[in-house]
Design a protein around this ligand. Structure first.
Ligand code: IYR
Length: 224
């Protein structure tokens, strides 16, 4: 297939003032995002999750192969299966498998093997990375920059969910192979992350540790 171009559509030219105001607004919105672990069981309409998945699906990807698949789960039996499998992996992790350095790094977060939110939260969204695919579903071409692409889509998913007023936890029970079985996904898909989505519980707390964000000077260098 040779390159076939159309004129850019939908680009909006903003004044510098409007650009500054918009950038500040996005920053202020994202600054309020907190990873939460205490969820309310209040239902979240499916169409909000669908729209946020569509937002994630706009992410750039290697050769536009869009090497991701999102499995959105609200069914209590499936959530229970995931909780049981995740807690079994986490029990091993916290019970000796994880090196001390890793456990020390996690200590300020206060996490442990108990994951009740996997049943309490109204939605679990398992994100899968496809080793094979293509720009059309059903193809089995090689995919490129898979981790980068799925990471970008997941970041945009989190941004969309947060912007829609939802709380999230980016959960990575390791190893995550059980997710492929429970979600009935093919062998050439790798579980990437399990997003827990819902309203924060009224009593939700966040670790002080997570409030500290590195400054602009620490995270950037400008050569002007
Ligand atoms: N998967 C474990 C451990 C864990 C690892 C990291 I790195 C974190 O930032 C948080 C937790 C768990 O979910 O408890």
């Amino acid at each position: 297939m040779s390159a076939d171009y159309v004129p850019l559509q939908g680009y909006e030219t903003l004044s510098v003032e409007d650009m500054k105001a918009r950038a500040e607004k996005v920053y202020a919105t994202l600054l309020k995002r907190r990873t939460i672990r205490d969820f309310s069981d209040k239902a979240v309409p499916r169409d909000i999750i669908e729209t946020c998945i569509k937002a994630a699906g706009t992410a750039p990807s290697g050769a536009n192969h869009q090497p991701w698949h999102f499995v959105a789960i609200s069914d209590p039996d499936t959530k229970r299966k995931i909780r049981i499998a995740a807690e079994a992996e986490e029990a091993e992790f916290y019970g000796g498998k994880a090196p001390d350095e890793w456990l020390d790094a996690l200590a300020p977060l206060g996490t442990d093997a108990s994951k009740p939110f996997l049943e309490t939260a109204p939605w679990l969204v398992a994100v899968f990375a496809q080793r094979k695919g293509g720009e059309k579903t059903g193809q089995s071409k090689k995919n490129y920059y898979i981790t980068e692409s799925v990471g970008l889509a997941t970041g945009m998913f989190i941004t969309a969910l947060h912007s829609a007023g939802l709380g999230t936890l980016t959960h990575t029970p390791a190893p995550m192979g059980f997710l492929r079985d429970i979600c009935e996904r093919p062998k050439d898909e790798k579980p990437f992350v399990l997003m827990v989505v819902g309203y924060p519980a009224d009593t939700a707390q966040v670790p002080k540790h997570a409030l500290i964000k590195k400054s602009l000077d620490e995270i950037s260098t400008f050569k002007t």
